[in-house]
Write a protein that binds this ligand. Structure first.
Ligand code: FUB
Length: 459
């Protein structure tokens, strides 16, 4: 999608949802198939990436992205953390479908389906990579039908047993060995166990056919809460509902429990669940087609908070535009804040530079970047930004409360000698105390005004 079409779609989204809406949570790229991982006080969100240009009216997906948050309202972009090119054994140039990442013994294992080429696994020493292929071949080698091998979900039980489920429109699992990159070959057919797809286990299909015997479609999400195992999944064909089943063990037997998210006009024809508990709250990730103005191959991750019922059942979750109403902590602006830490934005992209990492780019006149719950404490005097531009630059208006809210100061961004020649530029700020949503509103005459790496406040 070119910038103008992207801006029109984004403007529509902002008009429809308002700058105060939190959904979709990522606005710089189209993201789908959310797979959250809680690690060390941070939520890492792995997503697929629908390209801006859809080819042949089908999913156009080349790589996987990662975002992180400590407050559930501001998301830091870690960029592309893995791509089809990481699997040397696959010649696919499209098909980077729904992944999941898990940590074990200090290593991060990212299970990646390549549509039509099975499921591979990558490993890294840190959650945002760099990831490498430890096997040099696909992980699941004795599959019944490689086209079924999509949407892996992974879980390590309290007894140390790792489980990897996957499949469309049938469910399979392998019991992972402790190395997480091989599996127990003594169960099932060479280690692959096909789950019996019964209406009792996964719900009655309204119109069953040869392939679809139950309500289960794809996108399984496996986890344990208390003594109960949950399998959340996309259900009932296209457009997809989200439903779930529960079991007394990770291997089943599964009992169907019903729908937890209905179809809705702004949802895409696919949906994909991801559920976590974080800092005492429960969160449900899914995707919609809102940001693209209704294009099902250009989806975006959204997020809702929910509470389990007293009996452990999951209530119906209503997709909202507001999303998360209250974050779980405030943002400290007196340290370096990456510009790619974003609650909401319009018109922006992020790029990677080997010197500075991820930075915000594609900044044009009128674009904005919102950061939520910024704690000014007893006040601040100065704003600093690390920026770069080969052109005449532009300005950053620093506002609170809205894109037209109180103007605290204006940072002039002048030519730094190159689009990747980073310099700190600063602005005096009006004194303000307490916690506020901050809006950086960008102004200037040319396109691509400057690049924006990080910002901070000084007392
Ligand atoms: O994103 C590509 C595919 O669409 C996923 O693998 C499915 O879960 C569905 O969301």
């Amino acid at each position: 999608m070119n910038k103008i079409r992207f801006l029109v779609a984004m403007a529509l989204c902002v008009i429809v949802s308002g700058v105060n809406a939190q959904n979709p949570i990522i606005q710089t790229y189209f993201t789908a198939d959310p797979a959250p991982l809680v690690h060390d006080g941070t939520v890492y969100l792995y997503t697929t990436h629908d390209e801006d240009v859809t080819v042949k009216n089908f999913f156009t997906m080349h790589n996987w992205r990662c975002y992180s948050s400590t407050d559930m309202v501001n998301w830091t972009d870690h960029g592309v953390v893995a791509s089809l090119k990481d699997f040397a054994w696959s010649d696919k140039t499209n098909g980077a479908w729904a992944p999941q990442c898990i940590e074990r013994n200090g290593k991060f294992y990212l299970y990646c389906p390549i549509h039509g080429d099975g499921i591979g696994v990558l490993v890294a020493d840190s959650p945002a990579g760099p990831f490498r292929d430890p096997l040099g071949h696909r992980l699941i080698v004795d599959s019944e039908n490689i086209w079924n091998d999509i949407d892996p979900t992974v879980f390590v039980d309290d007894d140390g047993q790792g489980w990897l489920y996957w499949g469309n429109p049938n469910l399979f699992y392998v019991k992972l060995n402790e190395d997480m990159v091989s599996y127990d070959r003594s169960v099932g057919k060479n280690g692959v166990v096909a789950i019996e797809m019964t209406p009792e286990a996964f719900g009655p299909r309204a119109k069953p056919d040869d392939k679809h015997k139950t309500n289960y479609e794809e996108a399984p999400w496996l986890y344990k809460r208390g003594d109960l195992y949950y399998m959340i999944f996309a259900a009932a064909g296209i457009p997809e509902y989200i439903a779930y089943s529960t079991a007394p063990t990770a291997g089943g037997p599964w009992t169907y429990q019903g729908y937890i998210m209905e179809r809705a006009p702004h949802l895409a024809f696919t949906n994909h669940p991801g559920i976590i508990d974080f800092k005492g709250n429960s969160y449900f990730f899914y995707h919609t087609q809102e940001l693209s103005g209704g294009q099902g191959f250009k989806r975006s991750v959204s997020l809702e908070q929910f509470s389990y019922n007293a009996d452990g059942s999951i209530p119906m979750i209503i997709p909202t535009k507001d999303g998360i109403k209250k974050g779980v902590s405030n943002l400290n602006p007196f340290q370096k804040v990456e510009a790619e830490t974003i609650a909401n934005s319009s018109g922006l992209k992020t790029l990677h530079d080997s010197n500075t990492g991820i930075y915000v780019s594609n900044i044009d006149d009128g674009d904005f970047l919102k950061v939520r719950d910024v704690d000014f404490g007893n006040g601040t005097k100065k704003f600093e930004a690390n920026v770069a531009t080969a052109s005449s630059g532009g300005i950053i208006e620093i506002r609170i409360g809205g894109i037209d809210g109180t103007l605290l100061g204006v940072c002039e961004v002048k030519n730094t000698g190159g689009d990747l020649s980073w310099k700190i530029q600063s602005a005096k700020l009006k004194k303000v105390k307490g916690v506020h949503d901050v809006y950086f509103v960008f102004r200037g005459k040319n396109g691509n005004l400057f690049n924006f790496d990080w910002w901070t406040l000084k007392k």
